[in-house]
Design a binder for this molecule. Structure first.
Ligand code: SPD
Length: 279
């Protein structure tokens, strides 16, 4: 009989993946970490029973988290990634030759170890000399770090449950802003407006109390509930549509999803989102 792995979104909706085999399953001090091999989505990282990323569609998520910020920030020399233990986000960051250092703060070493062993196609930049991976709590790191350390900050956390929940607090966003250079840009995954409208709106409101410019953008990620996902571009200056053509030209050829048209189009919001945000 076929084995299926379901993620339950509500008590009435689930997404099921047909499983070939379980490659890794262990409890870390923070969460349950699994890697399963599936028929339709290839290998999938699962944390606390929630699908995190898959070989099949990870590029849709990671390219869109990274490149809108890295093509618009005035400087991208110093980049901070919080979360992102599968390695997909730092892989995309390090494709930009102007990035001189990328610090990745991940609370759970087990996620990185499992990804290195079982998802080697996603994290292909672990050996890049510009990358500095530290296994510490992102909340503590932000509390203790000096001001204006980074040009770009990317938040690549889980949903707001478990150890990743505090990454959605207003005080955490304010701490991140303090660590950004004055014209720096932060981008974060901001959940699905279709599946979790209340949460999506709450995140936007919190960000608006911290940053002058807060712009959500949307794209498809079939692995996540409803397939409609959002990220948010934040800064105190600048505009998310003013991308630098030279930086885009450098990465578009090697991207599976990101290009100049998609960058612009992803910031066009459907009416149900505009109305929810009173735009
Ligand atoms: N509902 C799952 C949301 C997961 C967002 N983060 C994924 C991490 C991929 N690097």
């Amino acid at each position: 009989m076929a084995l299926w792995y379901d993620e339950t979104f509500h008590d009435h909706t689930r997404l099921g993946l047909k499983v070939k085999e379980t490659l890794f399953c262990a409890q870390s001090p923070y969460q349950k970490v699994e890697v399963i091999d599936t028929v339709g989505f290839g290998r999938v990282l699962v944390i606390d029973d929630v699908f995190m990323t898959s070989e099949y569609d990870e590029f849709l998520y990671h390219e869109m988290l990274v490149h809108p910020a890295l093509t618009t920030a005035p400087s991208i020399e110093r980049v901070l990634v919080i979360g992102g233990g599968d390695g997909g986000t730092v892989r995309e960051v390090l494709r930009h030759p102007d990035v001189r250092s990328c610090v990745m703060i991940e609370i759970d070493q087990m996620v990185v170890d499992a990804a290195k062993q079982h998802l080697p196609g996603i994290g292909i930049a672990w050996d890049d000399p510009r990358l500095d991976v530290r296994f510490i709590d992102g909340i503590e790191y932000v509390k203790r770090s000096a001001d204006a350390l980074y040009d770009v900050i990317l938040l690549d956390g889980t949903d707001p449950t478990g150890p990743g929940a505090a990454l959605f607090d207003q005080s955490f966003y304010a701490g991140c802003k303090r660590m950004l250079s004055p014209r720096g840009v932060m981008a974060l995954q901001s959940e699905s407006p279709l599946l979790m409208m209340d949460l999506f709106v709450e995140i936007q409101h919190k960000l608006r109390t911290v940053f002058s410019e807060v712009h959500p953008y949307l794209g498809p990620v079939p692995l996540y509930g409803t397939g409609t996902w959002s990220w948010t571009w934040c800064s105190d200056t600048g505009e998310p549509l003013r991308a630098m053509a030279e930086r885009q030209a450098m990465i578009v050829q090697g991207s599976k999803a990101y290009n100049e048209d998609l960058h612009r189009a992803s910031f066009a919001l459907p009416n149900y989102v505009k109305r929810a945000l009173k735009l």
